[in-house]
Write a protein that binds this ligand. Structure first.
Ligand SMILES: [Zn+2]
Ligand SMILES: [Zn+2]
Length: 391
């Protein structure tokens, strides 16, 4: 049987796994129920695995003959959102799969079952990475620390995302591009230290609020006045704290945010300028500023050769006319980027919004949903990619 028929054959199973997982969304790295569900399915299929990153699962399908190892990755975590979809299989525990990671797991299980069934055709191995903690918990980095790319050593990695991240994708189309497809995020926190005094006697203190305000406005000028306008950058201050009363000049303000970049040189430049602007503006105003860079996710950048391989294999599934080249990357992030820091690979998107079915709500919205009719595509693309790479 060809891979498209194999994938369409298990479409109903993939949908039912997705619905099961949709009801039990968990947060961060603590995904005990989700992890047990995945492991029970792998047991049922006969695929061996070990645990990593607390509740992650690393499974291995060894081919008949030796060869390279391809890793296929699905993220597993939900979000602390109260679901309002009204679906018959809505979440039962107060959290929500509002990013589609339930579908990612179900599709990877589907791919696992198909690939295990045809493992005699593989020269090399397929490793399945079920990874917790994508939504800001550095789950991929934890998986790598726990050796998920070793024993056997992974040579390439592929992952996907469903949804409406790229509005140019119609339902069931695959979107991908060579190079950056998603941004890097860098978090920071700034503490401005002045001196308190009576609100009527400003000359006896140093007002951290006016100084912080000046710094915050100046930081936006990095984006508008110091960056090449053709290099996308977003800088957001999302938190600010300070002050006790209306008549006290505040000695201390803490604000924090993150900035997003596509290219490493931009990330380095902004890190340096942000620090300079904060410390020198504070100093010019008789205050001090302490800047903490808190790290973040690197940009998700697709390997050009592996992207061509993906396009070739996805074309066999849905036809070349349904493969869309992403021209404008999204400034969101993905910790898939941590794997790409170690091995080449590709991250692609399957359009799963559908206006005709009123499936239009954005990711991380309490009414987010996806068109389940596309759920055979992920397993089919993954299987073709494995057969081609491990030929
Ligand atoms: Zn998300
Ligand atoms: Zn996501």
């Amino acid at each position: 049987m060809d891979t498209n028929s194999l994938a369409k054959d298990i479409q109903q199973d993939v949908i039912s796994w997705r619905r099961d997982l949709h009801q039990i969304p968990e947060i961060g790295l603590d995904l005990e129920h989700t992890s047990s569900y995945i492991r029970a399915k792998l047991d049922e299929f006969g695929i061996t695995y070990r645990r990593a990153a607390k509740t992650g699962v690393v499974a291995l399908i060894a081919g008949e003959e030796p060869g390279p190892t391809l890793a296929l990755r699905a993220d597993m975590d939900g979000l602390p959102i109260k679901e309002e979809t009204g679906l018959s299989f809505a979440s039962t525990n107060g959290n929500m799969h509002a990013c589609g990671h339930d579908a990612h797991m179900a599709m990877l299980l589907g791919a696992a079952r198909i690939i295990y069934g045809i493992r005699s055709r593989l020269r090399g191995n397929v490793k399945l990475l079920f990874q917790p903690g994508e939504e800001g918990y550095f789950g991929a980095a934890r998986m790598i620390d726990d050796g998920c790319l070793e024993d056997p050593v992974v040579d390439a990695v592929a992952g996907l995302h469903v949804g409406q991240i790229f509005p140019e994708l119609a339902t069931g189309q695959v979107g991908v591009c060579e190079g950056p497809i998603l941004a890097a995020s860098t978090r920071f926190e700034v503490t401005v230290k002045g001196n308190s005094t009576h609100g009527a006697l400003p000359h006896l203190g140093v007002d951290a609020i006016t100084i912080a305000s000046e710094i915050i406005l100046s930081l936006q000028k990095i984006v508008s006045r110091e960056m090449n306008p053709l290099c996308p950058v977003v800088l957001t201050i999302g938190q600010i704290q300070g002050g006790e009363a209306h008549n006290i000049i505040t000695p201390r303000v803490i604000f924090g945010g993150d900035f997003r970049t596509l290219y490493e040189e931009d990330r380095c430049f902004i890190t340096r300028r942000l620090t300079e602007i904060c410390t020198s503006t504070a100093e010019a105003n008789r205050a001090k500023a302490e800047v903490k860079m808190l790290g973040g996710y690197p940009s998700t950048s697709n390997d050009p050769d592996f992207t061509k391989r993906l396009i070739k294999n996805a074309s066999k599934v849905i036809g070349p006319e349904n493969i869309i080249e992403i021209k404008k990357p999204n400034m969101g992030t993905e910790d898939m980027s941590f794997y790409f820091g170690k091995v080449p690979g590709v991250f692609f998107v399957i359009g799963s919004g559908n206006k005709k079915k009123n499936i239009t709500y954005p990711h991380h919205n309490s009414k987010f949903d996806l068109d389940e009719d596309v759920l055979w595509i992920g397993p089919a693309v993954f299987t073709n990619l494995a057969l081609d790479y491990l030929r």
